[in-house]
Write a protein that binds this ligand. Sequence first.
Ligand code: NYM
Ligand code: MG
Length: 212
Amino acid sequence: MAGRRGALIVLEGADRAGKSTQAKRLVEALKERGYKAEGMRFPERTTEIGKLVGSYLEKKSNLEDHTVHLLFSANRWEQVPLMKEKLRSGVTLVVDRYAFSGVAFTSSKKDFSLHWCKQPDIGLPKPDLVLFLDISPEAAAKRGDFGNERYETSDFQKKVQKRYAELMEDRSLNWEMIDAAQSMEDVHSAIRQMSEDIIEQAKDQPIGKLWI
Ligand code: NYM
Ligand code: MG
């Protein structure tokens, strides 16, 4: 019997927008409602490639900018067989960051175009829904200090927000902008509803390819 596949749902947004918290709550809520759902995150720091990326983010090592961009992408590709297997077995994947983070962050560095940054991620499983948790740099700063990892400065985060805005102009993707300054509860109900709708829509459709 041709099984019904799960949906690929991605959460994106600047640091401190609440992605990780919301991703966890969404998985729990979907499971309570009887869906098969699992969380994933990128970078996935536990693999060999993920360790290189993690050490770079923690500033324990330096990597050339193109090189680390390709490693972030490779860190997604190495999970693709698993992602496809899960989706095909009916599991909805809730993913904390994806290729959009890859492009938004690297293209905020000097001399990197959006175009170049997208290339290595072309063809990844295409998200059925990209939830963009929108928060102003000011509101994010009120939630507490940024961490000490690379990129965690308000100047860089502002550039990242602009790049996200450019990526959201791409209407071939199903972007949903969520006001992340609302209460945690309101954000949760909004994204839960959108997720349930997309699970119903995606279940009989083939898995798409990103940016193709
Ligand atoms: N990041 C994340 C990238 O620069 N490129 C990528 O492809 C991805 C997935 O790593 N500041 C950046 C964004 C974040 C950091 O942080 C990962 P966290 O707290 O693990 O989401
Ligand atoms: Mg973070």
